[in-house]
Design a protein around this ligand. Structure first.
Ligand SMILES: [Zn+2]
Length: 70
């Protein structure tokens, strides 16, 4: 359980490649900012996505379900 191994376990943001607080082994049901078929977004990119509402992500009902929690 070295720190390096621990770091590798965390998913990185698919947009900015920043390490998120979610582990790859975390169930996506409990994650915020995860796009099915795309990957995990960090907090910042998730907020940006919500503001922009490009439309392509809005098809996923997960967004509206978790959108108001943060
Ligand atoms: Zn990001």
């Amino acid at each position: 359980m070295s720190e390096n191994e621990e770091l590798e376990e965390y998913d990185e943001c698919v947009v900015c490649k920043k390490i998120t607080s979610y582990k790859k082994t975390d169930n996506i049901v409990f994650r915020s900012g995860y796009i099915e078929g795309v990957g995990q977004l960090c907090f910042i990119c998730n907020q940006t996505r919500k503001m922009h509402k490009t439309g392509s992500y809005e098809m996923n009902p997960e967004w509206t379900r978790y959108g108001g929690k943060s």
